[in-house]
Design a protein around this ligand. Structure first.
Ligand code: ADP
Length: 181
């Protein structure tokens, strides 16, 4: 027989003796946001009171979309999900997580190739603050091959990106690539 837990769910989850909203931060470059990202955002929105999609400002690769354009494209794509906010951050992710009073960092995992880097990152973040958990959501198999760079490559060669990114941003992507040429 399964014994009923005597631990308050709130305490079991946070390990802290206080009640507060469960907030997660989903960080990334989102250059641009794809349906793979959207899948992670929607699933997180079901698990957390608030999801903060945090667009990294100091992105090492040269992005196609400016930082404000990347934010706008996500904002357009999540406008119907009430508990999702789009923000930006610079510097150490853990400092930002503290500033937002978040308890969890969400990451998506596509393949084993994502794992090693993400694992190192998660352990480093745990060292910085063991009270903040990193959780990994396995990609939906439909999007396991999907990355922002793949979308840019296909679109720049004139391929169809329908189904790969939210419909409402398809035009923006082609327009941006045209401007670049
Ligand atoms: P990319 O690796 O495509 O440049 P980002 O830095 O924007 O992506 O990724 C932000 C987060 O989203 C990372 O945790 C990444 O693993 C995850 N992610 C990216 N694409 C997918 C996908 N197709 N399915 C699930 N998670 C994804």
């Amino acid at each position: 027989m399964i014994q009923e837990s005597t631990v308050e769910p709130e305490l079991a989850f946070t390990g802290r003796n206080e009640t507060f909203m469960k907030t997660c931060v989903y960080p990334g470059s989102f250059d641009p946001v794809t349906n793979g990202h959207m899948d992670i955002i929607k699933r997180s929105a079901k698990m957390f009171d608030k999801v903060i999609v945090a667009v990294v400002k100091n992105y090492s690769k040269k992005p196609l979309f400016s930082f404000s354009e990347r934010m706008e494209l996500i904002q357009k794509s999540v406008k119907d999900i009430p508990n999702v906010e789009v923000e930006s951050f610079e510097g150490l992710l853990m400092d930002y997580v503290h500033k937002k009073n978040a308890q969890v960092i969400v990451k998506g995992l596509r393949a084993i190739s994502d794992f090693e880097y993400e694992f190192q990152m998660a352990l480093m973040n745990r060292k910085l603050d063991p009270n903040v958990e990193t959780i990994f959501l396995m990609t939906n198999h439909k999007y396991s091959f999907l990355s922002s760079s793949m979308v840019k490559e296909v679109a720049s060669l004139g391929g169809c990106i329908s189904g790969l990114v939210p419909d409402c941003i398809i035009r923006d992507i082609y327009r941006k690539l045209k401007q670049k040429d």
